[in-house]
Structures are given as structure tokens and as C-alpha cells.
Design a protein around this ligand. Sequence first.
Ligand SMILES: Nc1nc2c(ncn2[C@@H]2O[C@H](COP(=O)(O)OP(=O)(O)O)[C@@H](O)[C@H]2O)c(=O)[nH]1
Ligand SMILES: [Mg+2]
Length: 609
Amino acid sequence: MYVIGTAGHVDHGKSLLVEALTGIDPDRLREEKARGMTIDLGFAWLTLPSGREVSIVDVPGHERFIKNMLAGAGGIDLALLVVAADDGVMPQTREHLAILDLLDVRRGVVALTKRDLVDDDWLALIAADITETLAGTTLEGAPIVPCSALTRAGLDDLLRALDAAVGGLPPKRDIGRPRLPIDRAFTIGGFGTVVTGTLIDGALCVGDEVEAVPGGLRGRVRGLQSHRAKVERALPGTRTAVNIAGIAKGELRRGLVLAHPGRVRATAVIDVRLRAVGSAPRSLRHNARVTFHSGADEAGAVVRLLDEDEVGAGDSTWAQIRLGTPVAVARGDRFVLRTPNDTVAGGVIADIGPKRHRRRDPAVLAALAAMLSETPGEVVLDAVGRRPLVQHATLAAELTLPRDALDAALSALVAAGAVHRFDGAGGARYATAAAADALAREAAGALAAYHRAHHLRGGMPLQQLRTRLELDAVSFEAVGATWSGVRIRDGVAALASFAPLLSDDEQRAADAYLASLREGGTAAALPPELLAYLAQSGAVVDAGGIVFEAAAFEAMAAAVRAHIERHGAITLAEARDLLGTGRKHAQAILEELDRRHVTRRAGEARVLR
Ligand SMILES: Nc1nc2c(ncn2[C@@H]2O[C@H](COP(=O)(O)OP(=O)(O)O)[C@@H](O)[C@H]2O)c(=O)[nH]1
Ligand SMILES: [Mg+2]
């Protein structure tokens, strides 16, 4: 399915021609009918002689409504440039043509309409002028078809020319990531919220979860229509009306993009290749304030020229555009820049997640050129390298690459060793080899430092290491599992080569402590780290602050267990008598056995679990 968009000066006969071709009056607003002038976008459709069905978007020609024209032109495949034979090429003929050129609309047909108003000589003169005007634009050489919407003369020729042009269009891209730039949002009684737009980049199905970007409002596709007919699945290229459950109309507006949740993101900074229009009255300067138009959206913007101080008419350069409000765009999308009265420039988006660049930095300019060079490997490597670790879904949302091209590029990079893949919950994560090495090195360094500071501890708490590396829990687990030199066990990480080892002084203190425990004496307090080490290594049992030599504790535990087996239960007083200790020690032992799930309380006594 393809979309034809009208273009041309106000009053040149665009809307009447659409009605003559389709039987549908595209001027649907009361105000449009009253003023006899198109204000906002109009929509119609048509079956061509070949049997192909196409959509038509009719745009306003008046310069006051050029932003509506831009919203419509953002999604078209083919231009129907309408020129009134009596008037000839006029200012918005040129401006619309410049916009089509900047948007890279490469196919078109010129309808030289109102043919009934002029003679053959005049018609030839105007046709020659049009040919000259098209020269050097994407529509150079487009067929010019004299016709009249009033008398219907030439309309068959026009349909044939449109049919031939549509037949030469490339198939619509399907990268499995549908986007619907919204051009209308309204409510229908009993149905709720409906949005319309031209679906691109993938199919949308009834039942799909959707998100409006920017803003992130979520809903579900309750119904789909194309050309007033119900469909279960809308394909890329179709004019689509989406009935959404879960989002109120008031929360939606022209310019937002409907997509599957998380698959399309909004950005307020983009890097672009831009070209100043050939007829620009003055140069576009560094830091110029403009209005940015892309898809059906617009936003105030500042243009930072990265390689020049100004761009002259017809010249191209690299720029970073900073937007006043975020827009949902993708790499490769086209855009137009306007000042209040003029279309000044336009071009293609190279990057939707750039850093702030130093101006005139050759490395930045080379990287941008690579972004547009369409070699997926370089683009993917660059995108992976922007952060230590990235999820597959994030890459897919950032890059305008078909899913299989992204996967193929990732596999090739992984096979070549340039990118490391980490499997974990929620899908694979990727890091450049350099970033993966840096993470492993940082972990090893952090552990070595930790072992030096705490040579008696078994290792560094995982939480602490993870925070140090600035990784989320799932990423940390996926990456940590690949470190061969690191042991992760019982909530701590340690270098594989590390084992806690006592110094001579510590060994002496520990020996003295154990000896005094064995003799039943009250040992001098031990530094907590050393005591923890002795407990960890199994030499002592720390029963809630009362320390026993391990062998003594085990013997008393066995006695308690045997007593319960014989008598069914044991009380604190019985335990004290049995063990020949004070009440405090007996209590500590019983509570430790509770903690170890050997016993449990039953009233005043304890029984086996
Ligand atoms: N004589 C004549 N008048 C036309 C023709 N097409 C349109 N018009 C008239 O031109 C005026 C503007 O037409 P419209 O379709 O609204 O122009 P738009 O602003 O380009 O959409 C209207 O009064 C139409 O009736 C035509 O082929 N012949
Ligand atoms: Mg009109």
C-alpha cells in the first residue's frame, strides 16, 4: 500500500482534483466548506486502473497552514504536484517542491490542471516553466499531465501516470517495528479514542499493546480500519485508523507516535546531515532558532552547526539539533527546518542518541558519516559502545535496522570478538570487547583492594561490587558468571586465587582464644573480624554472641538431641542440668539450635523439627 500526497499553491485545484479522482471531498471541516479552502489534511482513496489501491492525503496550499502540509507530507510515497494552468508556478508551488525534495520524495506526477481555462500556447509555456522548476529536485523529469477537474479532460491520462509511478515504487520497508505518526486523534461515540496516520516499518494487529511516544501512555488496539474497512492487521504503508482502549483522546495529539511498548523512543537531541534549500534568502547560521518538522510532529529547535559557522543556499553540512520538546524519530528519518516565514533546510537523521560534540572535531564528523554509510556492523558497534552494557531491545529501539540485519550484525561482531554477548534473564546483553575487559579489570581491581583491606573475610559482598560497577542486578549476574578469575558464592565475590590467611599475630591470638575456650575460661575479647573468621572456618560457633569451641558445641547439641529423642521434649531447666552449664549458655545453645532448624519451641519446651 502506498500514499499519494498532493502539493501545490493554494487555489490551484488540489482538493477538487482529489474529489474528481476519488469521489471523496477531502475538505471535511465546516470551516473549510465555508471558506472554500483547505486548512487541514484531507484523506481519500482510489483504485488505480491496474487494480492497485492507493491512499491520498490532500494538503492545504496556503502558506499560513504549511505546518499542516508538513504533517501530511511526512509520510507520503509519491507526490501529486498540482499547478493551475492559468496561474503557473507560484510561491507555494516552489516551497512545497522544496519540502518534497528535502523529504526525499523521489516519485511524482505533475497535474497541470484547470486546462479548460487556457489555450494550447499558454499551456505549453507553463509546462516548460514547470520542467525548469523541477530541474535539480527529486521530482526532476516527473511527467506533466494537462487535465481539468471541472471538465474531467485528461483525468484518465493522470490516472495512468499515477499508476505507472506507483508501479515503480520500492516495496514498503517492514522491520517488524510498526510506527504510526498520529495525524488525527478524535473520539467516536461508543468506540472511544481513535487515531489515524500512515503506518510504517511494521504491521499492527488488533489486540496489540501500544504506547504513545513521547509520554509513554499505554493502551491496546481494540480495532483497526483502513479506508473505512475493518481489518485485523494493518500493513506498513497503509492509512490506518486505530481504535485504542486505555488512552483518552485528550492525552493524544498530532505528532505523537503509536508503537509497540518500548520499541520507539523519544529524543530531544539528534545529529543530522542537513542541506539548506537552494533558494534560501540567507545562510543558516550556527545556533539558529528554527521549527523542526518530522513525521507528523514539530518542535522548536536550535541548530548547532558542527563543521561551519553558516551554510549557504544549497550547501550541506553536519549539525546537532537540540529540540525544545522531545520527538519520536528514528535514524534515517527525514526532517524539514522552517523559520516563521520560510522553509530553510532539511535532511536526514544520523543519530538519535548523540552526546554533545566539540565543534570541528574530525572524529565526530567521521563517526557521523559512518552512521549514515549504512554498514550495519559499524552502526551496531558504535551503538553498543555507548554504554558499558546494552540490552538487545534497547539496540532494536535505537537503530533503524531490520531485526534480522541487527541480529546478523551482532552475531558477526560477536564471532569476530569485537562484541561480547552475556546471556541472562530478560534476554541477551552486549558490550564491546573493550568495555567487557574494562568491567572485568575493574572487578578484579576492586576485589584485590577489598581482600587487602579485609584479608580475613571470605570476599566482597556482591551488592557492594555491583554498585561499584554501576550494573543492575540482572546484568551483574550475567556478566559476573563469565569472569573466570572470580569466585561468586554465598553472596560474596572473591578472586579465585584468594584464601583468607591469618598473620602470625592473629594466629597467636586465635590459638590463645581457642585454648581458653577449651579450658572453659573467659577468653579475652577477639577483634570481630578475627572472630568472624574463626566462625567462618568452623573453629568456633558464635551462638548469638556467646562463643563456643566448635567441638564442644557439637557435643552439647548431640546431647540435647538425644534427650529430646528419649523424652519427647526438653525445657531450659533440663538443658541446663543436662549440659552442666549456666542458664545463659544453655539458652544460647537452644536458640542456636532453633536457628539451625534442629529444634523448635513448643510452649515452654523444645521439640525436634
Ligand atoms: N475552471 C476550473 N476551475 C477549477 C478546476 N479545478 C479547481 N477549480 C476551482 O479552483 C478553486 C480552487 O480549487 P481547490 O480544489 O479548492 O484548490 P486547492 O486550494 O488547491 O485545494 C475552486 O473554486 C475550484 O472550483 C478546474 O480544473 N477548472
Ligand atoms: Mg485544497
